[in-house]
Structure formats: C-alpha cells, structure tokens
Write a protein that binds this ligand. Structure first.
Ligand code: SF4
Ligand code: SF4
Length: 187
C-alpha cells in the first residue's frame, strides 16, 4: 500500500500539538523498539507504540488519531519507563487521545471512551470511584448487559465492591478540580 506523506509543515504542526500536550521529547526517538517489546497490549494494537511515535513524527495525523492503539493503551507506562531516550510514549498516547477527543474523532473502540466517561462521572459525583454503579452503567450504555454479571455477587460477598457509593470528605474539592479542568480545557 502506498502512502503519500504530509507536507513538512503539517508534520511540524502535528509534532508541535503532541509536544504541547505533555510529550516534549518525542523527536528524540531513535526507533529502538523497546517500548513495543514491553507493551502488554501491543498484540492487539493496529500500530505498536514505536510506530505511533514514528507516525506522529511523519505527520500522519488522521491515521494516528483514528487508530485503535491510542484507545487500547492501558497507560501502564512500561514503555515510558524503558525508553532510553525519555520519549514517554505513554504521554504521547495520552496526548493523541486528548487531541482526538477534542477534534471529535470517533474512536474505533467505542467502549473505551465510554468507560472513561463513566469512570470519571462516578468520581465527579461521589468523590471516588463507585465500582458497582460504574459496572452497571457501563453494561447498560455499552449494550453488554450481562458482561461480568456473574462476578458481581462474588465481589459483593468478599466486600470488594459495595452496593452504595462510599463517602469522601474531599468530594467538594474534587468537584472544584473538575470545574477547573473544564475551564482549562475550554481555554
Ligand atoms: S523505546 Fe523510546 S526511543 Fe525506543 S522506539 Fe520507543 S519511544 Fe523510540
Ligand atoms: S503505556 Fe500504553 S503503550 Fe505504553 S506499554 Fe503501557 S499499554 Fe503499551
């Protein structure tokens, strides 16, 4: 398959966008592949981490922002810990997710952004994650109604999850943090 590379200006623009969102060392990558070798999710990705770094440097905006990789990344930071050049591929993935989200690019892994939204929604509402509620909302909104349903009674009996959200005395401060983040995002 042939691929026409974007102009030098578009390449620089994409690299600048990613650098500004927390990955200032991206241009130091020398393609050693250590990030990909240690990534626990690479086998599921359409572009492994080292190719994502290269893709950004080549200005392949559309391909990278609509890739499955950026949503499958588990943010475990193994790649960032192992990178000899301090490129921080995990931060690159995060930057790409944020750009894709801001630009309204539909994720090919729809359940992942849905999970993010539900997770953050419960943290915002209750001041900490409410696992049982999160599982319920996720199953309903994703349409996977019975996913992991059999695990719920075991988790409840072992006290790993609760039917009711726990109280967090810092809930008010957390709500303020969310408001501040929204303000920053808008600016
Ligand atoms: S480990 Fe670092 S230098 Fe090596 S390919 Fe990955 S990002 Fe590039
Ligand atoms: S942070 Fe993402 S890309 Fe890096 S090793 Fe973990 S799952 Fe892979």
């Amino acid at each position: 398959m042939s691929y026409l590379l974007p102009s030098a200006e578009k390449q620089r623009e994409f690299v600048r966008d990613v650098k500004q969102r927390g990955a200032p060392n991206i241009t130091a990558c020398y393609q050693c592949g250590k990030c990909t070798a240690g990534c626990p999710v690479a086998f599921e990705m359409d572009y492994p981490p080292n190719q994502v770094i290269r893709g950004v440097l080549l200005g392949m905006r559309e391909a990278m922002l609509s890739s499955r990789t950026i949503w499958l990344c588990a943010a475990c930071e193994t790649c960032s810990t192992r990178c000899p050049q301090e490129v921080d591929p995990a931060a690159v993935m995060d930057a790409l997710r944020r750009i894709a989200y801001a630009e309204g690019i539909r994720s090919p892994e729809q359940d992942v952004p849905l999970f993010h939204r539900i997770f953050l929604g419960t943290v915002k509402q209750f001041g900490r994650v409410f696992e049982a509620g999160m599982m319920g909302f996720y199953n309903v909104f994703s349409g996977h109604l019975t996913q992991d349903l059999l695990m719920a009674p075991k988790l409840l009996l072992k006290g790993k999850i609760s039917l009711f959200p726990a109280r967090n005395k810092h809930a008010k401060e957390l709500k303020e943090m969310f408001a501040k983040a929204k303000e920053l995002e808008a600016s």
